[in-house]
Design a protein around this ligand. Structure first.
Ligand code: NAI
Length: 385
């Protein structure tokens, strides 16, 4: 594939354009907002200058990367593309308009992809005359740095389209995982308890933010504690993802959003970007210190981890992705210290089941129900690897 089209020159679009151009494709980057195109070009120039200063690229590579990208507001410029990746606002109606217009311009064998995080690929492709060429190609932010890409064939997608899309993204040195067209795909589904169960532990007054973060990093081995991470992502953004996954799963209580997060979001305590989230970034003296109690720490880690593992097992049970791809997604997409299914094997599936069963017996809530596959594997004495 030579010519790559990208629609939307925002945070994701410009990152994907950079990757495609660095991999020597001709890139056609379309946005309907001229000012945004200019801004994105100038942002990319700054990124490339930094790479040059760090000797990661040469002056001529920098020039070539910029020259290979055609910044445009005219959809006809995409006519010769072999694949177009859409990365515009997360709105189904607007995406439909764009895909309808796009199909009039490109050839019938041009692959049409969406970088959507929360809409179904089937629904995006439904407006196409040739829906067999729709596919989800979900990058993580920042796209040039994050190694993981989730590839999502819709019910309409042709197998050849899937193979071509996977080969292309692999040729960009990305780690590719394949998953079913289900809400949250792999990462945004399996990771929910990292935030949700942490908030629940806080709401039950078992521990404060700093203590939960301390436990998850120092004892659990996670790179960042859940509250620090939510402050990075932004409480508004993280809450919106949680709410969208909850709705998409027909209000399954496992994905129930937290009132604490909603209130923090409503109050404008969005995290680092607003100077205050779960922590105060203007006056750090206001932030409480962790209570470094090993027994409490172990309890927190076991509780959040067994919920994460249960979610990873559910993704296997429901055929969302393979065991290997689920583990790859969580280590490469959100930097977990180990794949959750590998971790489950190490802890022992019987122990994971016990931890969940204790929570389920105590709370009597569906949220804590151990997955049937976990029960069966314990009964059959088998492991994931
Ligand atoms: P953004 O708001 O930074 O950029 C969207 C761009 O699309 C803007 O430049 C806007 O002018 C342009 N646009 C809007 N309507 C258009 C139209 N009709 N024609 C042409 N251009 C149009 O958005 P962002 O964050 O880059 O997200 C884009 C997509 O990527 C969304 O579907 C989002 O769910 C997904 N995504 C976002 C991630 C993130 O962390 N920001 C991560 C992974 C996926």
């Amino acid at each position: 594939m030579t010519n790559i089209g990208i629609i939307g020159a925002g945070t994701m679009g410009i990152g994907i354009a950079q990757i495609a151009s660095q991999n020597e494709h001709n890139v056609f980057l379309l946005d309907n907002n001229e000012a945004q195109l200019k801004q994105s070009k100038s942002n990319l120039e700054k990124v490339l200058t930094r790479l040059l200063e760090k000797s990661k690229i040469t002056e001529s590579e920098k020039t070539a990367v910029l020259e290979r990208i055609c910044f445009t507001t005219d959809i006809n410029s995409l006519s010769k593309c072999d694949i177009v990746i859409e990365a515009i606002v997360e709105n189904l109606e607007i995406k439909h308009e764009v895909f309808r217009a796009l199909e009039k311009v490109v050839s019938t064998n041009c692959i049409l992809a969406s970088n959507t995080s929360s809409l179904s690929i089937a629904s995006i492709g439904s407006v196409l005359d040739h829906a067999e060429r729709i596919i989800g190609i979900h990058f993580f932010n920042p796209a040039p740095i994050m190694p993981l890409v989730e590839i999502i064939p819709a019910v309409q997608t042709d197998d050849k389209v899937l193979t071509k899309a996977k080969d292309l993204i692999k040729s960009w040195n990305k780690t590719v995982v394949e998953c079913k067209d289900t809400p949250g795909f792999i990462v945004n589904r399996v990771a929910r308890p990292f935030y949700g169960e942490s908030l629940r532990i806080y709401e039950e007054d078992i521990a404060d933010f700093a203590t939960i973060d301390w436990a998850m990093t120092e004892i659990g081995g996670f790179k960042m504690g859940p509250f620090t991470l939510m402050d990075y992502i932004g409480n508004d953004v993280n809450y919106a993802v949680t709410e969208s996954v909850f709705k998409a799963f027909y209000y399954d209580s496992r994905f129930k959003p937290s009132f604490t997060q909603k209130r923090y979001s409503e109050a404008g305590y969005l995290g680092r970007k607003s100077g205050r989230g779960y922590y105060d970034y203007n006056d750090t003296s206001k932030n409480g210190r962790a209570k470094e109690d090993e027994i409490l720490g172990e309890y927190i880690v076991n509780r959040i981890r067994c919920m994460l593992i249960n979610e990873a097992i559910d993704a296997v049970f429901m055929g969302v992705a393979s065991i290997e791809d689920i583990d790859l997604a969580m280590t490469k997409g959100v930097n977990y210290p180990k794949g959750l299914l590998k971790w489950a094997d190490e802890i022992g599936l019987e122990e994971v089941l016990n931890q969940l069963q204790v929570l389920f017996d105590y709370y009597g809530e569906d949220r804590y129900r151990p997955n049937p596959l976990l029960r069966k594997m314990v009964h059959d004495k088998i492991s994931f690897y």
